[in-house]
Design a protein around this ligand. Sequence first.
Ligand code: PGA
Ligand code: ZN
Length: 399
Amino acid sequence: LISNVSLRRVLDSRGNPTVEADVLTESGGFGRAAAPSGASTGEYEAIELQPSEAIASARRHAIPRLVGEVHAGNQREVDAALRAADGTDNFSEIGANSAVAISMAAAKAGADVLGAPLYQHLGGTFRGENFPIPLGNIVGGGEHAKEATNIQEFLAAPVGAPSVSEAVFANAAVHARASEILDERGTPAAKGDEGAWAPPISDAEAFEVMDEAVSDVADELGFEIRFGLDVAAAELYDEDEDGYVYGDEVKSTDEQIEYVADLVDEYELVYVEDPLDENDYEGFAELTDRVGDRTLICGDDLFVTNVERLQDGIDADAANSILIKPNQIGTLSDAFDAIELANRNGYETIISHRSGETEDTTIAHLAVATDAAFIKTGTVQGERTAKLNELIRIADDAV
Ligand code: PGA
Ligand code: ZN
């Protein structure tokens, strides 16, 4: 049984406070986890409260339902207790930040009791043997950097890498090569929240930089590296304009679909996340119909790791993959439900970090446990490399 839960405020990678949870069990198990935080958050995400508010509320409502009541190793029970303590659909009472920190810390305590690595506890004996391909954020802007590209993320995808470790180092090499190319072009680049280069260049130029960086590194390493995008189009969509705002230019929905479909073909993109607004299932469906046979069309803000929104998407043929962010929905059980629904319907899953992160490595374990096709966790910078290095350790059976 859980014998103690303690909550505290710690720093995230943007320097903001976030919630960290410690879970202890009577048999001496221990788990610690911290909540990440988004900047380009979806309209339908579970609610993140001010950390001090979330902590106070979770102490009042959630901890009494956990301590002496629930086994850390029984994730469904832990997460049901969190849901019951909260009493709302969207964790607006205790905060999705408190909920996800406790949910993940309990999973780690449960693994510790068993003496098993977290991925093994979460995935079980009969999990698949595949490893996720890391999508490396190389160049970007949007809500993650000022005065940079409109498209939020240009993501390297080392699809031909023979191992996780080679994939991780390939992305780092693309990141370094992109910096050289930007220097050669005389465009100084700051970094965005996730460590991607955030140069003051157009989206068209960013495609050139990516194309060159990816093919240079692929030639050097001798395996296939492609790239993809997180358009984060909900941030570009303007209701009054009824279109997508790219600086001075506004694209209608039809033009946006045309634009993205052309990009998929011109650059042989393997991945396109949130190409349309988070309310536009129809637009998503039209794009998926056009290019879904040759690229992943992924819903992040569209689905927010929510089974009801995913089911709507499945019914509408809106996409062929879903981004999974446990803090969008509040518990690991809810994230597992979304992954299961996706798998049953032939959707690929991509496990993801947030732009505000900590050193927490839970998502690396989650991606391995659930056989995810990809993991999005940046390329360089400590809070990103924490996950990537953990992935290397898991592959090496050294966690
Ligand atoms: P966020 O961005 O964490 O700022 O929401 C990441 C994403 O859109 O995938
Ligand atoms: Zn996204």
